[in-house]
Design a protein around this ligand. Structure first.
Ligand SMILES: [Zn+2]
Length: 170
């Protein structure tokens, strides 16, 4: 079991390693990732991200929901504040979905999904919760609408059986 004492021990190792020194709140290359909370698919692990490399947001399925979009809008303001009021241009946003996602199990609970997506139940099919290759394409389109021009939005699907990502939307 990983208890609090073990977490503190691991943190002491992290602190001793010094990887935290001098990091900026603004990520390297303005990289942003939205992915799933599944413990197998932490973007830092599967994409090899180090501390400070990316702003990572995680929710059930890594879905671009109204709540996620509101959080990205807030983060854009944080970025402006930390760069003296100048909007941070460009950069990249990766939507990372994965195979065997637990959101598929929620298809049996449509009321939870309609709350999550803030949509009527009749629109649920358009969210493609059973198919990560379809859902990542749908969510990339939503992010492209929401992000300022100049932000490169791409969609990846991680395969939990092979450990590899496939670029679905370059
Ligand atoms: Zn998932």
């Amino acid at each position: 079991m990983i208890d609090t004492a073990e977490l503190v021990r691991r943190n002491a190792e992290f602190a001793a390693g010094g990887a935290f020194v001098g990091l900026s709140l603004l990520s390297t290359g303005n990289l942003r990732v939205i992915g799933c909370v599944d413990p197998r698919v932490d973007p830092s692990h599967v994409l090899g991200l180090a501390a400070g490399d990316a702003v990572v947001m995680r929710n059930v399925g890594g879905r671009v929901t109204p709540t996620a979009l509101r959080s990205w809008a807030m983060l854009a303001k944080v970025g402006e504040a930390r760069s003296h009021g100048r909007p941070q241009p460009g950069g990249q946003l990766v939507v990372l979905h994965h195979t065997d996602c637990g959101i598929r199990d929620l298809a049996a609970y449509p009321e939870l999904l309609t709350d999550f997506f803030e949509i009527p139940v009749g629109d649920l099919d358009a969210k493609a919760v059973m198919d990560p290759y379809a859902s990542v394409t749908i969510d990339v389109a939503l992010m492209k609408q929401a992000m300022p021009p100049g932000v490169l939005v791409s969609g990846l699907v991680y395969d939990v059986d092979t450990g590899l990502v496939e670029v679905v939307v370059p």
